[in-house]
Each structure stands twice: as structure tokens, then as C-alpha cells.
Design a protein around this ligand. Structure first.
Ligand SMILES: [Zn+2]
Length: 317
């Protein structure tokens, strides 16, 4: 029943949203990236490139991760999740332990930010946490430790999670706000009613929303179109991230950059305050989409078979 309902929503809503929100630019970009993979332009030294939604597998070689991230970003968030994901997801703390075990030199700017010199480039690592409360609307908070305990996916309320993020982290955003999780087809489109209710919620909390999520590939690319249109219409700040699930080569393929003059790296406090200021307004997003290969291997097959996930990570598929 779920499959039938979700597939119906997918087709009917897909056509409807393509007409209402779809742009040919993103349609062709999606088709290109799905087939050939996304690319990025060289980094402009006067800008700071960020990817604040990145999941790193516990078995990843930290040296390889740092090298890969430094190719495309200046700041990367190690995004932990609820405790039931702790067996395969690194947090900033476990990643730093792994650096230690592998004798990778990395310095702490404070509790929430670390800094590494990688191929003569400075790369900052920052703490992030992704929580899905009962409403199954994801909150990613960046640059601080949440104070409550988050044991399981789908527990607690959105209100409490947002309050915790507001009080204890530098900034937060709602990730892929218009992709609705569904068991069989991964993600489906929201119904009109779900769009309306989500807009009300985002406006109530003046939320930043992830308008460009790299894993919103295949039919999900339209979720990015809906999010972009909603952010523009309602004056919400948008952000773009890779949401890479353990695939190092996806880091920074969707990214957000801001002028380097805005970043103060003298102390962790000032570093976080400058990010907070930068992301209180719209910054520049470069968008891409996961390729068929990457999505199939890391999101579909690895999502169902944990042993395969380790193989994908190990052989850098
Ligand atoms: Zn995530």
C-alpha cells in the first residue's frame, strides 16, 4: 500500500510540481549530473567555501577525508546524528580520535572547531548534528553541542530540538525540507497540504532551509526547486550542502560560499560568531546532484546492506 500510494504521489505531484516550481536549468543540470557526475569551478581565494552537512563513516581513513574535503571547501562539518547512528557515523570528537590513532596532525581551535593544514591549505572542521524529531523534519545544528540527549531517530519534538539548537549552537537549518522520507522509494514529494504546513513551521521559527541538497537527485531534484521557490517567496535564508553519506568524493560538490573578509579565525568564539553573521543572510550556492552511481551505491544499496556500506567506503566507490 505504501509503495502504491508513494508511487502515485510521485507521479502526480511530480508533474504538478514540475509545472509549478520546475525550471529547465535545474532539470538539465540534474540530468547531466545524474549521468556524468557533478563538478565544481576552481575556488576563488577571496571566498570561503563551506559544506555543513557531511556524514563520515567510522572506518574512513581520516587523511583521505581531509585531502578530499580540502579540494573543494575551506570549512567542512562532521555531522553526527542520534545515538542509534553512532556505530557508523563519526562525530567531530570521534573523527579527532581517529586522526590521533592515524597520527594525522590536527589542532583544536576549541571544543567545536578543529584546524588542519592539508596540501598547503587550511581546512576547518566543525561540529554539526542532525536530529529528526517526531515530526520527521530534520534539524542540522552547526558549531556547538546540543544539550539534550538524542537517543533515537523520530523522538522528541521539533520545538525542543530547535530551542536546543538556538541556545547552544552557532546556527541551524532544516535539511532537505521538502523531501518526505518514505520506506520503499527513499523520498517522495510532499502533498500540497504538507508544503503549506511546512511553510508555516519554517516561518514560525524563521528557519534557514537547505534549498540545495546534493542527494536530492533522481526524481527528488524537484524538492530543491520547491525549497528554493519557498525560500524566495517567504524571505527565508537558503543554504546548499552535499549531505554526503560517507562518499568522500561528494563533499563540496554542492556548497555555499561567502566573502573571506567576513571570517574571523582568531578564536573559536569569533569564528562561530562570524559564521552566524554570514549565514544570517543569503550567501552564494553552487548546486549539483549525486550521480546515479554514487546514489545507487551509497544511498540505496549501502542503506539496505551495512556490510556493503563498509565495502563502498573502503574501496572509495
Ligand atoms: Zn544528513
Amino acid at each position: 500500500m505504501t509503495l502504491l500510494t508513494d508511487a502515485t504521489t510521485l507521479v502526480t505531484r511530480g508533474l504538478y510540481y514540475q509545472g509549478k516550481y520546475g525550471t529547465w536549468d535545474l532539470f538539465w543540470k540534474g540530468a547531466h549530473d545524474m549521468t556524468f557526475g557533478a563538478g565544481t569551478t576552481p575556488m576563488d581565494p577571496s571566498r570561503v567555501y563551506t559544506d555543513f552537512h557531511v556524514h563520515i563513516h567510522r572506518t574512513t581513513d581520516p587523511r583521505r577525508m581531509l585531502r578530499e574535503a580540502a579540494k573543494r571547501v575551506d570549512i567542512v562539518a562532521i555531522t553526527g546524528r542520534t545515538e542509534d547512528f553512532a556505530d557508523n557515523h563519526h562525530t567531530l570528537d570521534t573523527f579527532l580520535e581517529s586522526c590521533n590513532d592515524h597520527t594525522v596532525e590536527i589542532e583544536k581551535l576549541g571544543e567545536n572547531v578543529a584546524v588542519a593544514e592539508v596540501d598547503r591549505k587550511t581546512l576547518y572542521l566543525i561540529r554539526a548534528t542532525e536530529i529528526y524529531p517526531t515530526e520527521i523534519i530534520g534539524v542540522v545544528s552547526v558549531g556547538g553541542k546540543l544539550q539534550r540527549r538524542y537517543e533515537r531517530h523520530g523522538e522528541g519534538t521539533l520545538h525542543d530540538t530547535i530551542s536546543d539548537a538556538r541556545d547552544h549552537t552557532a546556527f541551524w537549518f532544516i535539511d532537505h525540507p521538502f523531501s518526505i522520507a518514505s520506506p520503499v522509494i527513499a523520498f517522495r514529494y510532499p502533498t500540497e497540504d504538507e508544503v503549506k504546513r511546512r511553510i508555516e513551521i519554517f516561518r514560525r521559527y524563521d528557519a534557514m532551509i537547505e534549498t540545495n541538497n546534493h542527494q536530492n537527485t533522481w526524481w527528488m531534484y524537484l524538492s530543491n526547486e520547491i525549497a528554493t521557490a519557498v525560500a524566495q517567496e517567504h524571505g527565508l535564508v537558503g543554504i546548499g550542502n552535499s549531505d554526503s553519506h560517507f562518499r568522500l568524493r561528494d563533499i563540496g560538490l554542492t556548497r555555499t560560499s561567502f566573502p573571506r573578509t567576513m571570517l574571523d579565525t582568531s578564536t573559536e568564539e569569533k569564528f562561530l560568531a562570524s559564521l552566524q553573521t554570514a549565514f544570517s543572510q543569503q550567501q552564494h550556492i553552487e548546486t549539483g546532484f549525486a550521480s546515479d552511481w554514487a546514489f545507487a551505491h551509497y544511498m540505496v544499496i549501502a542503506g539496505k546492506i551495512p556490510a556493503y556500506q563498509r565495502v563502498a567506503v573502503r574501496y572509495n566507490l
